[in-house]
Design a binder for this molecule. Structure first.
Ligand code: SAH
Length: 390
């Protein structure tokens, strides 16, 4: 176990409960400075502050797990996981068997994501510290009710930044089938955890899809960046008369086609493979409802300025193609773009499109993607429901 001594005056974020300690705040490391592990954190006067996971290869040197003196072991992880489960049990609709059980910092388990798809879990271990507790975490998840298997899908940019190789495969129990059938608010979807994007399904848009279903009756809908067609299924479910789904990924569209058919909307659906930016600019029809759910356009803080151009382009052209009284659901899933900045970008788009628009609702992460009050950076998904006056 390492002891991390902070520079004088750098303890404030820690005592306020922020889970990250950057390299620049650290005065010294006692114990092996090269090995990842459990670390106790002290202020400059050697007062004990908190305990977390240390990784010498990451700019975020320590991710804090607890501000109480307690052992970090299998019991600790099991308790946190069961607390996370209690939150979901208390607040999720019964007709939903797919949800994020562990949302990293939001569940006070930084570096861990665990998504539940029916009887399977798909986990992402993002940090060298969490890697050390993989067996304990797998044991805690396996002990939950009705678990057939646990699959790992740890890959991508955060893992690179932590100096970790990708790691994908079965961790425990049965291998998941090629498509897992899940239920969300009474709709049925196929989830391909191996070939699908992220862990297989965008669980974070559940509430916004339900919002769309309520507003879709007898309306024409354009679903941009449709992935496996979830917004489109909800739109039809809500009584939309026409839904066009567009995505640049062929496998995503194939999955969308299956999902629409599975819910009984196969015959009505129109699926387009293409670039949503180009489609929005060039299309010559107007829609009652448009959904804009692009992938993150800003992966780093330094990308934000360039990304605002992309968001503005999308929103400008979407607003130009909205019928009077129409509804635009527009999102950014970039952690680095604040809701204030996003709203300013959309405002700029409305001005240029010469549309007058009301914000009728702010949209965002559902309850299974909680944000720690001490870590506002965890609020990555921002959305606006906008109504064009005329
Ligand atoms: N709304 C979806 C999630 C969208 S994820 C849901 O609720 O499930 C973003 C999607 O954008 C991905 O499916 C990706 O394939 C697609 N994509 C990325 N760039 C694109 C582009 N330029 N044009 C169209 N689709 C694109």
């Amino acid at each position: 176990m390492q002891r991390i001594i902070l520079k004088p005056g750098r303890e404030r974020p820690v005592t306020n409960g922020h889970p990250w300690i950057f390299s620049g705040a650290i005065e010294s490391v006692e114990g092996d400075p090269e090995a990842p592990g459990v670390a106790e954190v002290f202020d400059g006067k050697k007062n004990w502050l908190a305990c977390g996971l240390y990784n010498p290869k990451s700019q975020i040197r320590v991710r804090l797990l607890t501000w109480k003196k307690e052992p970090i072991d299998g019991h600790f992880f099991s308790r946190r996981i069961n607390q996370a489960l209690a939150l979901r049990r208390d607040h999720l609709a019964a007709k939903t068997n797919a949800y994020r059980l562990v949302n990293g910092e939001g569940d006070f388990l930084p570096g861990l994501i665990a998504d539940r798809y029916g009887n399977f879990f798909v986990c992402e271990f993002f940090t060298a510290g969490m890697e050390l507790f993989k067996d304990d975490i797998v044991a805690a998840l396996s002990a939950l009710e009705s678990v057939d298997g646990i699959f790992e899908k740890s890959e991508g940019r955060v893992r690179d930044e932590e100096g970790l190789e990708p790691s994908v495969g079965v961790l425990a129990g049965a291998a998941p089938p090629d498509s897992i059938v899940i239920e969300e608010n009474g709709f049925t979807f196929l989830v391909d955890v191996r070939r699908g994007q992220k862990t297989g399904f965008f669980l974070d848009q559940r509430d916004s899809r339900a919002f769309l279903a309520n507003a879709a009756r007898r309306r024409t809908v354009l679903n941009c960046f449709s992935y496996s067609g979830a917004f489109s299924v909800y739109a039809f479910g809500g009584g939309a008369k026409e839904v066009i789904s567009i995505d640049s990924s062929r496998p995503a569209l194939e999955l969308a086609e299956k999902n629409l058919a599975l819910n009984g909307f196969g015959a009505k659906a129109e699926l387009l493979k293409g670039d949503a930016f180009a489609y929005l600019k060039e299309c010559d029809t107007a829609f009652d409802v448009i959904v804009l759910d692009p992938p993150s356009l800003a992966h780093k803080r330094s990308d934000v300025t360039a990304a605002t151009g992309g968001y503005k382009f999308l929103n400008l052209h979407a607003l130009k193609h909205l019928e009077p009284g129409g509804l635009l659901l527009t999102f950014s899933c970039s952690q680095h773009l604040s809701i204030d900045l996003f709203q300013k970008v959309v405002f700029g788009a409305a001005v240029d499109a010469r549309r007058k628009v009301s914000v009728i609702k702010r949209l965002g992460q559902p309850i299974d993607h909680p944000v720690s009050l001490h870590h506002p950076e965890g609020e990555y998904l921002k959305g606006l429901a906008l109504r064009a006056v005329d």
